[in-house]
Write a protein that binds this ligand. Structure first.
Ligand code: ADP
Ligand code: MG
Ligand code: MG
Length: 878
């Protein structure tokens, strides 16, 4: 015979690991009962029941007998009877999903009350005021949640009751007044067209139904979308014996974190109210007092709570957020969950729990998310400051932005370009607005989601963004926007919190990012847990120092061309490019060599003893020349016979000669070194001279020389020989011992496919995934991002922009081939990644799977990458 499916679990039957079935709240209530904590008796109707409820009409009938039996078991434990006219049992009916969705679904307290049981309750408690207080709460909550009566009328009537009694707070309203209130509440319900159920069993059934239904309220659906919570989870229903915090001055209710959720400090952080029930603490009607006051008010309760808080932390090995109620001096625990916390609190709590021996290194690292690390690196709004939030949009790109409102991208670009702090406000942004976005502190859009153009671009630029604030009505002509009755004009100050989606009126003070000892220790712990190292892309000594400060273990990409862009070098570079003969070119190259040597010396010094991967010249030469129209214009103002004019003419001629239809696929990378070997020879000399001189001085130097855009074995072999030849000469001459490597970037599909051939000469590979993504997809990034990529993401062609998150199926497959083929010829060959993906958590997880030696990213992303590498190593990100 098929066994009947179990849809109901008593608290004593469940445990914390059953949260999928029992919901988070129920699983934890069960766990706490199991370990002997004072939890009022109750039972859970499972999330599977919720699924059946959607599929089957009147499913609740089919489990009704089981519900009744469960209630009977609770009655026994509580010593009270549901619906009885003596000592009646009241229950709460509470929602509880597998992941916490605070405040999104509904709870009903004091269920089981009617005109008879309320008298019995008054009798049993010896307190009439209390009984009617509970009753009026019940009618309001039930009417709101189950029947759908508008609560405004209740609130108005309650205000009148306070007025009649001449008191300020609800708990001061006397019994007589409450009785009248209850009578009027019933009239309100009737006038709204509803019949209030008097039978407690009917109440229970309707409440269960309402909790199941509340899974699908619009706000719950929106919350799940934003937080990526699966729709199919469903909610469990918890039925819990009521305990009363509103029975007098030896009663109360509160919430408490075991550690501060804003700083992580190991100290109880909470609030409570004497003579109050349930939501009173958060409802803001009475101001709760800090938990510390409980020590004076009820010393025994306090020390018991303290003991339980510690115990729960040890049990769950994480900071807890606890709800409790005190009924006539007896403490009850009504909920516990892992406390939500700020990034700073997450870091501090993780490090301190590690010290306390509560958790191990891997767990400590797993307590912090890459997003949180990112948050810690952005300037932030002081979490203690009061916020005048006028609307909440989607938290599309983290960080805080403060500036004057501007509605036009050109204006933003102009004013921002001059150093003014502006915030761009647009219905949505298009790629044409990018200049405005770039010059703004942040952007607010009324349309578009987390993957809208504004959001994607803002994240790429590291600009805070709040998108999709649909209730913001923008009047572009008048240059104003209105939301919730507030009108904001051009030039008004606005503050955006891209981490929470808050749009705040006025100019909030920003705090420097917090890179404190705890943060440092957490990242050091991450390095221990990780399998891969994190290196940085750094082009200047200054970048290199920043990279080290952020904890980079090497430089994975040093782009030499950036060194030529400086004002004093560009003219020499230009002359080199214009030169027609090798001899002329060498004259200029000699000048450049001295400058390059200085630069490399600076970088090597900054990175003392850590590997530095230097890429030889990569961009097409015409990039170093002014644009032809500019040159033509300059020529117009000159005497055509002058030497100056001759020079410009020569430059124009050379620029025309070098012009390419498609520079991305043109005369660049090692192709330059093949055709003009003197350029790469100069660079190699600068590197070896700098390295040898420093080595002589006792500074340890590890140069890795990287050849860009190699596609054939011939190129690799030729370039390796070129570098080795120069290196051998200089090393011998200087008489020092210098270890170095020559390797290549993998940035062409062909390079990946013939990686075994390349590995015969290449001593390392670094996956240049920016170009590899361009060449694999056949997209030019600059064109694609502006023209169709955002739309592709929106259409679902890709889940994420492949330039931000590595395309595993295509680009990733090529990387895997390169890794395997490289290792087949040169076991243990050093493998890394130096595209922007090196700072992206999901892409880092993929690199971890390929067992690369390092990921290299911009210095600013190094901390995120260090944590991500650790999380990848322990399978927390996949
Ligand atoms: P939420 O998930 O929104 O926190 P809860 O189901 O936890 O909703 O309940 C709302 C409030 O009612 C909380 O303050 C909780 O402690 C209180 N509460 C719930 N059940 C009971 C009960 N059986 N006795 C007393 N208070 C309760
Ligand atoms: Mg709760
Ligand atoms: Mg490249």
């Amino acid at each position: 015979m098929e066994q009947k499916k179990k849809y109901i679990y008593d608290f004593c039957e469940g445990s914390a690991d059953m949260r999928t079935l029992l919901g988070g709240k129920g699983a934890n209530l069960a766990e706490m009962s199991k370990i002997g904590l004072p939890v009022p008796p109750g039972f859970i109707i499972t999330t599977e029941a919720c699924h059946r409820y959607w599929e089957e009409e009147d499913f609740i009938s089919s489990i009704w007998d089981d519900v009744k039996e469960a209630v009977a078991r609770v009655e026994k434990l509580a010593g009270k009877k549901f619906g009885a006219s003596v000592n009646p049992l009241l229950v709460s009916v509470r929602s509880g999903a597998p992941v916490s969705m605070p405040g999104m679904m509904d709870t009903i307290l004091n269920l089981g009350l009617n005109d008879d049981t309320v008298k019995a309750l008054a009798e049993a408690a010896g307190d009439e005021r209390f009984a009617y207080d509970s009753y009026r709460r019940f009618i309001q909550m039930f009417s709101d949640v189950v029947l759908g009566v508008d609560i405004v009328k209740f609130e108005e009537r309650l205000a009148k009751a306070r007025e009649n009694a001449g008191v300020k707070a609800d708990y001061q309203i006397p019994a007589d007044e409450l009785k009248k209130l209850v009578a009027d509440y019933k009239v309100i319900v009737k006038e709204a067209g509803f019949e209030f159920p008097v039978d407690p069993w009917k109440q229970l059934r309707l409440a269960i139904d309402a909790v199941f239904r509340s899974w699908n309220t619009p706000r719950a659906i929106t919350y799940r979308k934003i937080n990526k919570i699966p729709e199919e989870y469903g909610t469990a229903v918890n039925i819990v014996t009521m305990v009363f915090g509103n029975l007098g001055d030896d009663c109360g209710t509160g919430v408490c974190f075991t550690r501060s959720p804003s700083t992580g400090e190991n100290k109880l952080f909470g609030e409570y109210l004497i003579n109050a029930q349930g939501e009173d603490v958060v409802a803001g009607i009475r101001t709760p007092v800090p938990i510390a006051a409980l020590e004076k008010d009820m010393p025994e309760v306090y020390s018991e709570f303290n003991r339980i808080a510690k115990l729960l932390e040890r049990h769950y090995r994480d900071a807890q957020d606890i709800e409790f109620t005190v009924e006539r001096g007896k403490l009850y625990i009504l909920q516990t969950r892992n406390g939500k916390r700020t990034a700073a609190a997450a870091v501090r709590a993780a490090v301190e729990m590690l010290h306390e021996g509560l958790i191990d290194e891997a767990t400590a690292v797993s307590r912090v998310s890459p997003d949180q690390v990112e948050q810690l690196l952005h300037p932030q709004i002081d979490p203690k400051a009061k916020r005048d939030v006028i609307v909440k949009g989607l938290p599309a790109s983290p960080g805080a932005a403060v500036g004057r409102v501007v509605f036009d991208a050109d204006e933003a670009a102009e004013r921002g370009g001059k150093g003014e702090a502006v915030v761009l406000v647009r219905p949505e942004t298009t790629p044409d607005d990018i200049h405005g976005l770039f010059a703004s502190q942040g952007v607010l859009t009324s349309h578009g989601g987390m993957t809208s153009h504004a959001a994607v671009v803002a994240r790429g630029l590291g600009k805070p963004c709040v998108s999709g604030a649909e209730s913001v009505k923008i009047d572009l002509a008048a240059e104003t926007f209105t939301v919730g009755g507030v009108t904001v004009k051009k030039d008004d100050y606005l503050t955006l919190d891209g981490s929470s989606g808050d749009v705040i009126l006025g100019k909030m003070e920003l705090m420097e990012p917090q890179f404190d000892d705890n943060f440092r220790e957490l990242l050091d712990t991450a390095d221990k847990v990780a399998k891969m190292q994190v290196w940085a892309n750094a082009d200047t000594p200054e970048d290199a120092r920043r990279a080290r400060a952020f904890g980079a273990k090497g430089i994975g990409l040093c782009r030499t061309e950036h060194m030529f862009m400086a004002a004093d070098r560009l003219p020499v570079m230009e002359a080199m490019v214009v030169a027609h003969t090798t001899e002329d070119r060498i004259v200029q190259l000699d000048k450049l060599e001295k400058m390059q040597e200085e630069d490399f010396t600076g970088i090597f010094e900054a990175m003392q003893g850590l590997p530095v991967t230097i890429r030889l010249l990569d961009p097409p030469l015409h990039e170093f020349l002014p644009k032809i129209p500019e040159l033509v214009k300059a020529l117009e103002t000159l005497d055509p016979e002058s030497a100056e004019a001759e020079k410009i003419k020569a430059t124009i001629a050379r620029a025309r000669e070098l012009h390419e239809q498609n520079p991305m696929l043109g005369f660049r990378g090692c192709r330059l070194g093949m055709i003009y070997p003197e350029i790469y020879e100069m660079q190699a000399r600068a590197i070896f001279n700098a390295a040898c001189k420093l080595t002589k001085k006792g500074v340890s130097v590890i140069p890795d020389i990287m050849i860009p855009l190699v596609g054939t074995q011939y190129e690799m072999k030729a370039m390796r020989e070129l570098v080795d030849r120069i290196g051998a000469g200089i090393i011998e001459e200087s008489g020092v011992k210098l270890e170095y490597m020559v390797g290549t970037m993998i940035e062409l599909p062909r390079a990946a496919l013939v990686a075994d051939q390349l590995a015969e000469y290449a001593q390392f590979f670094s996956c240049g995934t920016n170009d590899l993504t361009q060449t694999t997809f056949g997209y030019s990034r600059d064109d694609a991002e502006g023209k169709f990529l955002a739309q592709y993401v929106q259409m679902g062609v890709f889940k994420e922009n492949p330039f931000a998150q590595l395309d595993r199926d295509g680009v990733g497959a090529l990387m895997q081939i390169a890794a395997e083929k490289g290792r087949s010829v040169r076991p243990g060959i050093q493998l890394g990644i130096c595209g922007e993906h090196g700072g992206n958590p999901s892409s880092i997880a993929f690199c971890n799977k390929l067992a690369l030696n390092y990921v290299s990213c911009s210095p600013f992303r190094v901390p995120v990458a260090r944590l991500s590498a650790a999380l990848a190593a322990i399978g927390e990100i996949k």
